[in-house]
Design a protein around this ligand. Structure first.
Ligand code: BGP
Length: 468
């Protein structure tokens, strides 16, 4: 087998603040949109936070991060991806002065990582828009969000410039197409949202992202600032040329975001896309200039591929947020996400061909129901061979892509410690190498247990992928 993971490859794991920290009102934090969506980011909004919302306590990472980072260090992590909860720093999003206690928490968290020589990789905005910005401004539909985000990034870039080298501006920025509330804090119901308004919100995020890149480079010349997209290869369901054209269009809908962030301007195909969907966005003087601030690397999440067809009778599969027709050659997870390791090699190649920028896989993993059992020594563990197989198969394909010539900075598995699912808000959909004793009825001790995959991943990192 080919296996040439480069020296210095950044192995690690990823989480997001709102899915693990808990402490949703502690130390001056304001509410974020996640605090009122107990059924997942796509679900119903409650007027106040409710007890059935698993994110309010999460896995109590806010209080237990030292124990967790120690476990990450034991696995040999070189990098740890997390996000900053915007509402810890600016509780309402539009406040004039940041919340010192929130800033201090991340100082301590990053110091703890650095103590073990783990590089923090920080997402500026990961599905956790301050609730006030959603309610008062309809989220990113309002241009003023750019200014609030600018304040926020200036504050965190200045504060953490000596601690954080790797930054991502928005998590899965392209997911706003399918999840305008979760991804963009847009309160207007998706069904009632005009295409123009949706793409106006997208434009504001793209301008904000480019502005953050510019400011980041000014404040931290040594830093690497990346974009982050939901990576999903689209295959034609059949060789019918009509399916091929549909596939091309679907792919472009997804890629428009990174095309702007990497190339510094709207792509040529945007003209037709906007015309056919009757999209008329307002660009302000200076926007085009700001967009020219392009990212240093391209990061993405990868869970599945999808198929497209021109045949309207072909229906989207279950459990797949982005739609897409199931591929008859692939199996799926318990949540209906189709498993396609070769799709990862494919997307690594297509993204590298397209941009020739360093890539970073910042999410990948299998959400599954785990069972805590006792091993021969009486220690509690999970025998998660299914997770090991999933990750192993994907990492073998990553090695193939590196052999193909792709420049890859690193790989962080999603939910390296169990956390609350973004789409379903459940704890039973687990991704971690570390089991957290907490259940969807709120029961559990919050104790941490190493799964079988913990030891497997430790070996992968120690051998720089040779053990795969
Ligand atoms: C991505 C998100 C993450 C994450 C992951 C798994 O889309 O960036 O926040 O949760 O998907 O999804 P889920 O939690 O729905 O299984």
């Amino acid at each position: 087998m080919v296996n040439h993971y480069p020296e210095g490859f950044l192995w690690g794991g990823a989480v997001a603040a709102n899915q693990c920290e808990g402490a949703y009102l502690e130390d001056g934090k304001g509410l974020s949109i996640q605090d009122v969506t107990p059924k997942g980011g796509l679900g119903v909004i409650t007027p106040e936070p409710t007890e059935d919302n698993m994110k309010l306590v999460g896995i109590d990472f806010y209080h237990r991060y030292k124990e967790d980072i120690k476990l990450f260090a034991e696995m040999g992590f070189k990098v740890f991806r997390t996000s900053i909860a915007w509402s810890r720093i600016f509780p309402n999003g539009d406040d004039a002065i940041p919340n010192e206690k929130g800033l201090k928490f991340y100082d301590d968290l990053f110091d703890e990582c650095l103590k073990y020589h783990i590089e923090p990789l920080v997402t500026v905005s990961h599905y956790e828009t301050p609730l006030n910005l959603a309610k008062k401004y309809d989220g990113w539909r309002d241009r003023r969000l750019i200014g609030f985000y600018e304040n926020y990034v200036r504050t965190i870039f200045t504060r953490y410039q000596d601690k954080v080298k790797y930054w991502l501006t928005f998590n899965e920025i392209n997911s706003i197409i399918h999840a305008p509330f979760m991804s963009g804090g847009v309160m207007t119901e998706k069904e009632k949202l005009e295409m123009t308004d949706l793409y106006q919100a997208i434009h504001h995020e793209l301008v904000a992202s480019a502005l953050a890149t510019k400011i980041g480079h000014e404040i931290m010349p040594h830093a690497k600032i990346g974009c982050m997209v939901l990576g999903m290869p689209v295959y034609p369901l059949t060789p019918n040329p009509d399916d091929m054209i549909k596939t091309l269009e679907r792919d472009r809908e997804n890629l428009l975001f990174s095309d702007v962030q990497v190339r510094g301007k709207y792509p040529a195909y945007a003209k037709r896309l906007f015309k056919e969907r009757n999209i008329k966005i307002k660009m302000e003087l200076g926007d085009e200039e700001i967009l020219k601030n392009t990212v240093d690397f391209v990061s993405f999440s990868y869970y599945m591929s999808i198929c497209e067809s021109a045949d309207p009778t072909k229906k989207a599969g279950k459990g797949n947020l982005m739609g897409g027709i199931p591929n008859p050659y692939l199996k799926e997870s318990e949540w209906g996400w189709q498993i396609d390791p070769k799709g990862l090699r494919y997307i690594l190649n297509t993204l590298y061909d397209r941009y020739e920028k360093p890539l970073f896989i910042v999410e990948n993993g299998l959400g599954a129901v785990d069972k805590l059992v006792e091993d021969e020594n009486g220690n509690k563990t999970v025998i998660d061979d299914y997770r090991i197989k999933y990750l192993n198969d994907h990492l073998v394909q990553v090695a193939e892509a590196i052999e193909d010539g792709v420049e890859l900075m690193g790989y962080t598995t999603w939910g390296c410690i169990d956390l609350v699912s973004a789409s379903t808000a459940e704890l039973k959909k687990r991704y971690g190498f570390i089991y957290v004793d907490r259940n969807d009825d709120g029961s559990g001790t919050l104790k941490r247990y190493k799964k079988k995959s913990f030891h497997w991943y430790k070996e992968v990192i120690a051998t720089n992928g040779k053990s795969l």
